[in-house]
Design a protein around this ligand. Structure first.
Ligand code: TPP
Ligand code: MG
Length: 352
Protein backbone atom coordinates (compact mmCIF):
# COMPACT_ATOMS: atom_id res chain seq x y z
CA UNK A 1 0.00 0.00 0.00
CA UNK A 2 1.51 3.45 0.65
CA UNK A 3 2.04 6.31 3.05
CA UNK A 4 -1.72 6.73 3.57
CA UNK A 5 -2.14 3.24 5.02
CA UNK A 6 -1.77 4.36 8.61
CA UNK A 7 -4.25 7.14 8.05
CA UNK A 8 -6.90 4.84 6.60
CA UNK A 9 -6.11 1.90 8.88
CA UNK A 10 -5.78 -0.77 6.21
CA UNK A 11 -2.52 -2.59 5.59
CA UNK A 12 -1.58 -5.24 3.06
CA UNK A 13 -1.48 -8.10 5.57
CA UNK A 14 -5.18 -7.48 6.45
CA UNK A 15 -6.10 -9.34 3.28
CA UNK A 16 -4.50 -12.50 4.70
CA UNK A 17 -6.28 -12.37 8.03
CA UNK A 18 -9.15 -14.75 8.81
CA UNK A 19 -12.75 -13.60 8.59
CA UNK A 20 -14.20 -13.82 12.08
CA UNK A 21 -17.71 -15.23 12.04
CA UNK A 22 -20.30 -15.73 14.73
CA UNK A 23 -22.22 -19.03 14.69
CA UNK A 24 -25.46 -17.15 15.42
CA UNK A 25 -25.08 -15.45 12.07
CA UNK A 26 -24.38 -18.66 10.15
CA UNK A 27 -27.46 -18.26 7.92
CA UNK A 28 -26.44 -14.73 6.93
CA UNK A 29 -22.86 -15.74 6.17
CA UNK A 30 -24.03 -18.76 4.22
CA UNK A 31 -26.41 -16.61 2.15
CA UNK A 32 -23.52 -14.30 1.32
CA UNK A 33 -21.39 -17.28 0.35
CA UNK A 34 -24.14 -18.74 -1.81
CA UNK A 35 -24.57 -15.50 -3.76
CA UNK A 36 -20.81 -15.11 -4.22
CA UNK A 37 -20.60 -18.67 -5.54
CA UNK A 38 -23.47 -18.07 -7.94
CA UNK A 39 -21.71 -14.98 -9.29
CA UNK A 40 -18.37 -16.83 -9.57
CA UNK A 41 -19.86 -19.82 -11.39
CA UNK A 42 -21.79 -17.49 -13.70
CA UNK A 43 -18.66 -15.56 -14.59
CA UNK A 44 -16.58 -18.70 -15.05
CA UNK A 45 -19.20 -19.93 -17.47
CA UNK A 46 -19.18 -16.60 -19.32
CA UNK A 47 -15.37 -16.78 -19.56
CA UNK A 48 -15.57 -20.27 -21.03
CA UNK A 49 -18.33 -19.39 -23.51
CA UNK A 50 -16.50 -16.26 -24.62
CA UNK A 51 -13.31 -18.26 -25.12
CA UNK A 52 -15.00 -20.75 -27.42
CA UNK A 53 -16.72 -17.97 -29.36
CA UNK A 54 -20.28 -18.46 -28.14
CA UNK A 55 -20.47 -14.84 -26.94
CA UNK A 56 -19.95 -12.18 -29.59
CA UNK A 57 -19.02 -9.16 -27.45
CA UNK A 58 -16.45 -8.59 -24.70
CA UNK A 59 -17.14 -9.54 -21.07
CA UNK A 60 -15.43 -7.75 -18.17
CA UNK A 61 -15.43 -10.25 -15.33
CA UNK A 62 -15.43 -9.42 -11.63
CA UNK A 63 -14.32 -12.83 -10.34
CA UNK A 64 -12.41 -12.12 -7.12
CA UNK A 65 -14.42 -8.96 -6.40
CA UNK A 66 -17.77 -10.58 -5.45
CA UNK A 67 -17.64 -9.71 -1.76
CA UNK A 68 -18.11 -6.01 -2.48
CA UNK A 69 -21.30 -6.39 -4.50
CA UNK A 70 -22.72 -9.01 -2.14
CA UNK A 71 -21.88 -7.09 1.04
CA UNK A 72 -23.34 -3.84 -0.27
CA UNK A 73 -26.46 -5.35 -1.84
CA UNK A 74 -27.27 -7.03 1.46
CA UNK A 75 -28.15 -3.61 2.90
CA UNK A 76 -30.01 -2.17 -0.11
CA UNK A 77 -33.66 -2.46 -1.16
CA UNK A 78 -35.20 -2.66 -4.63
CA UNK A 79 -36.27 0.97 -4.16
CA UNK A 80 -32.65 2.16 -4.26
CA UNK A 81 -31.05 3.18 -7.57
CA UNK A 82 -27.90 1.21 -8.30
CA UNK A 83 -25.59 2.11 -11.19
CA UNK A 84 -22.48 0.46 -12.52
CA UNK A 85 -20.13 0.42 -15.50
CA UNK A 86 -18.34 -2.06 -17.76
CA UNK A 87 -17.61 -4.61 -14.95
CA UNK A 88 -21.13 -4.96 -13.60
CA UNK A 89 -22.24 -8.62 -13.54
CA UNK A 90 -21.59 -8.99 -9.81
CA UNK A 91 -23.53 -5.80 -8.99
CA UNK A 92 -26.45 -6.99 -11.09
CA UNK A 93 -26.52 -10.56 -9.73
CA UNK A 94 -25.99 -9.61 -6.09
CA UNK A 95 -29.31 -7.71 -6.27
CA UNK A 96 -31.13 -10.47 -8.15
CA UNK A 97 -29.22 -13.76 -8.27
CA UNK A 98 -30.78 -14.95 -11.50
CA UNK A 99 -28.37 -15.11 -14.45
CA UNK A 100 -30.89 -16.00 -17.15
CA UNK A 101 -31.52 -12.39 -18.30
CA UNK A 102 -27.76 -11.71 -18.33
CA UNK A 103 -27.09 -14.85 -20.38
CA UNK A 104 -29.82 -13.96 -22.87
CA UNK A 105 -28.35 -10.45 -23.14
CA UNK A 106 -24.77 -11.51 -23.87
CA UNK A 107 -26.18 -13.94 -26.44
CA UNK A 108 -28.10 -11.07 -28.08
CA UNK A 109 -31.51 -12.68 -27.52
CA UNK A 110 -34.76 -10.72 -27.30
CA UNK A 111 -35.30 -12.07 -23.76
CA UNK A 112 -32.11 -10.36 -22.55
CA UNK A 113 -32.11 -7.60 -19.94
CA UNK A 114 -31.69 -5.01 -22.71
CA UNK A 115 -33.73 -7.03 -25.20
CA UNK A 116 -30.54 -8.33 -26.77
CA UNK A 117 -29.28 -4.93 -27.94
CA UNK A 118 -26.78 -4.07 -25.24
CA UNK A 119 -24.56 -7.03 -24.39
CA UNK A 120 -22.56 -7.34 -21.20
CA UNK A 121 -21.94 -3.61 -20.75
CA UNK A 122 -25.52 -2.30 -21.08
CA UNK A 123 -27.53 -4.01 -18.39
CA UNK A 124 -30.69 -2.97 -16.61
CA UNK A 125 -32.97 -4.75 -14.17
CA UNK A 126 -35.48 -2.23 -12.82
CA UNK A 127 -37.28 -4.61 -10.49
CA UNK A 128 -34.15 -5.23 -8.40
CA UNK A 129 -33.05 -1.56 -8.32
CA UNK A 130 -30.27 -2.13 -10.87
CA UNK A 131 -30.71 1.09 -12.82
CA UNK A 132 -28.10 0.69 -15.52
CA UNK A 133 -24.55 0.08 -16.58
CA UNK A 134 -22.67 1.65 -19.49
CA UNK A 135 -19.13 1.20 -20.85
CA UNK A 136 -18.26 4.89 -20.55
CA UNK A 137 -16.00 4.89 -17.50
CA UNK A 138 -17.62 7.08 -14.78
CA UNK A 139 -20.58 7.85 -17.09
CA UNK A 140 -23.24 6.61 -14.67
CA UNK A 141 -21.89 8.34 -11.54
CA UNK A 142 -23.70 11.66 -12.17
CA UNK A 143 -26.86 9.67 -12.97
CA UNK A 144 -26.64 8.00 -9.56
CA UNK A 145 -26.21 11.44 -7.99
CA UNK A 146 -29.31 12.56 -9.90
CA UNK A 147 -31.39 9.68 -8.53
CA UNK A 148 -30.22 10.52 -5.01
CA UNK A 149 -31.24 14.13 -5.51
CA UNK A 150 -34.62 13.11 -6.98
CA UNK A 151 -35.24 10.82 -3.99
CA UNK A 152 -34.45 13.63 -1.60
CA UNK A 153 -36.73 16.09 -3.41
CA UNK A 154 -39.54 13.53 -3.38
CA UNK A 155 -39.02 12.86 0.31
CA UNK A 156 -38.46 9.14 -0.33
CA UNK A 157 -36.18 6.78 1.62
CA UNK A 158 -34.37 5.65 -1.53
CA UNK A 159 -30.71 6.37 -2.11
CA UNK A 160 -28.48 6.38 -5.16
CA UNK A 161 -25.56 3.95 -5.34
CA UNK A 162 -22.65 4.36 -7.76
CA UNK A 163 -20.15 1.54 -8.26
CA UNK A 164 -16.98 2.56 -10.04
CA UNK A 165 -13.32 1.60 -10.24
CA UNK A 166 -10.05 3.22 -9.24
CA UNK A 167 -9.59 4.16 -12.91
CA UNK A 168 -12.89 6.04 -12.93
CA UNK A 169 -11.59 8.27 -10.12
CA UNK A 170 -9.31 9.79 -12.75
CA UNK A 171 -12.29 11.26 -14.64
CA UNK A 172 -13.22 14.86 -13.84
CA UNK A 173 -16.93 14.13 -13.61
CA UNK A 174 -16.38 12.03 -10.50
CA UNK A 175 -14.97 15.00 -8.65
CA UNK A 176 -17.84 17.19 -9.87
CA UNK A 177 -20.26 14.51 -8.65
CA UNK A 178 -18.60 14.30 -5.23
CA UNK A 179 -18.67 18.06 -4.92
CA UNK A 180 -22.32 18.35 -5.90
CA UNK A 181 -23.37 15.48 -3.63
CA UNK A 182 -21.59 17.07 -0.70
CA UNK A 183 -22.74 20.61 -1.29
CA UNK A 184 -26.38 19.73 -1.99
CA UNK A 185 -26.42 16.98 0.67
CA UNK A 186 -27.51 14.22 -1.66
CA UNK A 187 -28.25 10.71 -0.34
CA UNK A 188 -25.85 8.60 -2.35
CA UNK A 189 -23.32 5.88 -1.61
CA UNK A 190 -20.19 6.11 -3.74
CA UNK A 191 -18.50 2.72 -3.94
CA UNK A 192 -14.97 2.75 -5.27
CA UNK A 193 -13.85 -0.78 -6.12
CA UNK A 194 -10.13 -0.37 -6.04
CA UNK A 195 -8.71 -3.41 -7.82
CA UNK A 196 -5.44 -1.52 -8.36
CA UNK A 197 -5.77 -1.50 -12.15
CA UNK A 198 -7.19 0.70 -14.86
CA UNK A 199 -7.17 -1.62 -17.88
CA UNK A 200 -3.57 -2.85 -17.75
CA UNK A 201 -1.95 -0.06 -15.78
CA UNK A 202 -1.26 -0.42 -12.05
CA UNK A 203 -2.37 2.43 -9.80
CA UNK A 204 1.21 2.97 -8.63
CA UNK A 205 2.05 4.00 -12.20
CA UNK A 206 -0.83 6.46 -12.29
CA UNK A 207 -1.31 8.06 -8.87
CA UNK A 208 0.79 9.43 -6.00
CA UNK A 209 -1.30 7.33 -3.59
CA UNK A 210 -3.41 4.23 -4.08
CA UNK A 211 -6.07 5.40 -1.60
CA UNK A 212 -9.00 7.06 -3.35
CA UNK A 213 -10.86 7.89 -0.14
CA UNK A 214 -8.58 10.89 0.10
CA UNK A 215 -10.80 12.57 -2.52
CA UNK A 216 -13.90 12.00 -0.38
CA UNK A 217 -12.16 13.68 2.53
CA UNK A 218 -11.33 16.64 0.29
CA UNK A 219 -15.04 16.97 -0.47
CA UNK A 220 -16.02 16.58 3.19
CA UNK A 221 -17.80 13.28 2.55
CA UNK A 222 -17.80 10.61 5.25
CA UNK A 223 -15.61 7.75 4.03
CA UNK A 224 -14.45 4.25 4.96
CA UNK A 225 -11.72 2.09 3.52
CA UNK A 226 -12.28 -1.66 3.75
CA UNK A 227 -10.83 -5.03 2.84
CA UNK A 228 -13.06 -5.70 -0.18
CA UNK A 229 -12.34 -9.44 -0.04
CA UNK A 230 -13.99 -9.75 3.36
CA UNK A 231 -17.74 -9.81 2.78
CA UNK A 232 -18.52 -9.39 6.47
CA UNK A 233 -16.46 -6.25 6.70
CA UNK A 234 -18.00 -4.82 3.53
CA UNK A 235 -21.54 -5.62 4.74
CA UNK A 236 -20.98 -4.15 8.21
CA UNK A 237 -19.46 -0.95 6.91
CA UNK A 238 -22.11 -0.63 4.21
CA UNK A 239 -24.81 -1.14 6.82
CA UNK A 240 -23.50 1.73 8.91
CA UNK A 241 -22.98 4.05 5.97
CA UNK A 242 -26.32 3.30 4.32
CA UNK A 243 -28.33 3.85 7.49
CA UNK A 244 -26.41 7.06 8.00
CA UNK A 245 -27.24 8.16 4.43
CA UNK A 246 -30.91 7.30 4.90
CA UNK A 247 -31.06 9.21 8.19
CA UNK A 248 -29.00 12.27 7.36
CA UNK A 249 -29.69 12.39 3.58
CA UNK A 250 -26.00 13.10 3.10
CA UNK A 251 -23.54 11.19 0.86
CA UNK A 252 -20.94 8.64 1.93
CA UNK A 253 -17.97 6.99 0.24
CA UNK A 254 -16.79 3.42 0.63
CA UNK A 255 -13.48 2.36 -0.86
CA UNK A 256 -13.04 -1.41 -1.06
CA UNK A 257 -9.65 -2.80 -2.03
CA UNK A 258 -9.72 -5.97 -4.08
CA UNK A 259 -8.15 -7.68 -7.09
CA UNK A 260 -9.62 -9.22 -10.21
CA UNK A 261 -8.72 -12.83 -10.92
CA UNK A 262 -9.24 -12.58 -14.67
CA UNK A 263 -7.48 -9.90 -16.67
CA UNK A 264 -9.12 -6.67 -17.81
CA UNK A 265 -11.43 -8.30 -20.32
CA UNK A 266 -12.57 -11.83 -21.20
CA UNK A 267 -10.96 -15.05 -19.99
CA UNK A 268 -7.23 -14.25 -20.06
CA UNK A 269 -5.23 -13.63 -16.89
CA UNK A 270 -3.19 -10.74 -18.37
CA UNK A 271 0.09 -11.72 -16.78
CA UNK A 272 2.74 -9.22 -17.80
CA UNK A 273 0.43 -7.39 -20.16
CA UNK A 274 1.17 -3.72 -19.68
CA UNK A 275 2.67 -2.74 -16.37
CA UNK A 276 2.61 -4.43 -13.00
CA UNK A 277 0.44 -7.57 -13.07
CA UNK A 278 2.84 -10.35 -12.21
CA UNK A 279 2.10 -14.02 -11.60
CA UNK A 280 3.42 -13.55 -8.01
CA UNK A 281 0.80 -10.89 -7.34
CA UNK A 282 -1.93 -12.89 -8.98
CA UNK A 283 -1.07 -15.96 -6.92
CA UNK A 284 -0.95 -13.89 -3.75
CA UNK A 285 -4.44 -12.55 -4.47
CA UNK A 286 -5.74 -15.98 -5.43
CA UNK A 287 -4.97 -17.05 -1.88
CA UNK A 288 -7.00 -14.04 -0.70
CA UNK A 289 -10.04 -15.07 -2.75
CA UNK A 290 -13.13 -13.81 -0.90
CA UNK A 291 -14.98 -17.09 -1.42
CA UNK A 292 -12.07 -19.20 -0.15
CA UNK A 293 -11.70 -16.95 2.88
CA UNK A 294 -15.37 -17.18 3.85
CA UNK A 295 -15.43 -20.96 3.29
CA UNK A 296 -12.47 -21.28 5.62
CA UNK A 297 -14.20 -19.18 8.25
CA UNK A 298 -17.37 -21.31 8.12
CA UNK A 299 -15.61 -24.65 7.94
CA UNK A 300 -15.95 -25.31 11.68
CA UNK A 301 -19.74 -25.38 11.50
CA UNK A 302 -21.17 -28.92 11.43
CA UNK A 303 -23.89 -28.17 8.84
CA UNK A 304 -21.52 -26.36 6.57
CA UNK A 305 -19.76 -29.01 4.48
CA UNK A 306 -22.90 -30.87 3.52
CA UNK A 307 -24.89 -27.71 2.83
CA UNK A 308 -22.09 -26.32 0.70
CA UNK A 309 -21.81 -29.40 -1.50
CA UNK A 310 -25.56 -29.34 -2.11
CA UNK A 311 -25.69 -25.63 -2.89
CA UNK A 312 -22.72 -25.79 -5.27
CA UNK A 313 -24.31 -28.66 -7.11
CA UNK A 314 -27.70 -26.87 -7.35
CA UNK A 315 -26.14 -23.65 -8.58
CA UNK A 316 -24.13 -25.47 -11.26
CA UNK A 317 -27.23 -27.21 -12.57
CA UNK A 318 -29.30 -24.02 -12.51
CA UNK A 319 -26.69 -22.03 -14.37
CA UNK A 320 -26.33 -24.58 -17.15
CA UNK A 321 -30.13 -24.77 -17.47
CA UNK A 322 -30.38 -20.97 -17.63
CA UNK A 323 -27.67 -20.84 -20.29
CA UNK A 324 -29.34 -23.51 -22.42
CA UNK A 325 -32.71 -21.80 -22.11
CA UNK A 326 -31.20 -18.45 -23.14
CA UNK A 327 -29.41 -20.09 -26.07
CA UNK A 328 -32.65 -21.47 -27.41
CA UNK A 329 -34.38 -18.05 -27.24
CA UNK A 330 -34.99 -16.04 -30.44
CA UNK A 331 -32.94 -13.09 -31.65
CA UNK A 332 -34.82 -9.77 -31.79
CA UNK A 333 -36.78 -9.15 -34.97
CA UNK A 334 -35.62 -6.49 -37.45
CA UNK A 335 -38.50 -4.20 -36.50
CA UNK A 336 -37.25 -4.07 -32.88
CA UNK A 337 -34.10 -2.40 -34.12
CA UNK A 338 -36.25 0.62 -34.89
CA UNK A 339 -38.77 0.43 -32.07
CA UNK A 340 -36.12 0.10 -29.38
CA UNK A 341 -33.75 2.76 -30.67
CA UNK A 342 -35.64 5.60 -32.30
CA UNK A 343 -38.64 7.61 -31.08
CA UNK A 344 -41.88 6.47 -32.61
CA UNK A 345 -42.82 10.00 -33.70
CA UNK A 346 -39.69 10.11 -35.86
CA UNK A 347 -40.93 6.98 -37.62
CA UNK A 348 -44.43 8.43 -37.91
CA UNK A 349 -43.03 11.42 -39.75
CA UNK A 350 -41.53 9.04 -42.30
CA UNK A 351 -38.08 10.42 -41.65
CA UNK A 352 -36.73 6.90 -42.06
C1 TPP B 1 -14.48 7.61 -20.71
C2 TPP B 1 -13.72 6.34 -21.00
N1 TPP B 1 -12.36 6.38 -21.09
C3 TPP B 1 -11.67 5.24 -21.32
C4 TPP B 1 -12.34 4.05 -21.51
C5 TPP B 1 -11.55 2.76 -21.76
N2 TPP B 1 -11.59 1.95 -20.56
C6 TPP B 1 -12.47 0.93 -20.41
S1 TPP B 1 -12.36 0.18 -18.93
C7 TPP B 1 -11.09 1.17 -18.47
C8 TPP B 1 -10.43 0.99 -17.13
C9 TPP B 1 -11.29 1.37 -16.00
O1 TPP B 1 -10.65 1.04 -14.80
P1 TPP B 1 -11.46 1.04 -13.48
O2 TPP B 1 -12.38 2.20 -13.42
O3 TPP B 1 -10.48 0.90 -12.37
O4 TPP B 1 -12.38 -0.27 -13.58
P2 TPP B 1 -11.93 -1.80 -13.61
O5 TPP B 1 -11.81 -2.17 -15.06
O6 TPP B 1 -10.66 -1.93 -12.90
O7 TPP B 1 -13.05 -2.51 -12.97
C10 TPP B 1 -10.77 2.10 -19.45
C11 TPP B 1 -9.72 3.10 -19.34
C12 TPP B 1 -13.75 4.06 -21.43
N3 TPP B 1 -14.47 2.96 -21.60
N4 TPP B 1 -14.41 5.21 -21.15
MG1 MG C 1 -9.72 -0.76 -11.46
Amino acid sequence: MDKFEKYFGLVDSDFDSPILVDNHDFEIHFKHLETMILIRFTENLLAEKRKIGKIGGPVHLAAGQEAIAVGISSVLTEKDYVFSAHRSHAHLLALDPNPYGLFAEVLGRSTGLSKGFGGSMHLWNGKSGFSGSVPIVSGTIPLAVGTGLASKLRGSESIGVAYFGDGAMEEGVVHESLNLASKLEIPILFVCENNLFSSHLHINERQPSNFNARFAIAHQIESRVVDGNNVKSVANNAQELVSQIRNTRRPAFLEAFTYRLYGHVDWREDIDVGVGRSSEDLNKWKSRDPIKRLKKALDGNAEFVEKLAQIEQDIKIRIVQDWEKAESDPFPSDSELISNVLFSDVRDQNVI
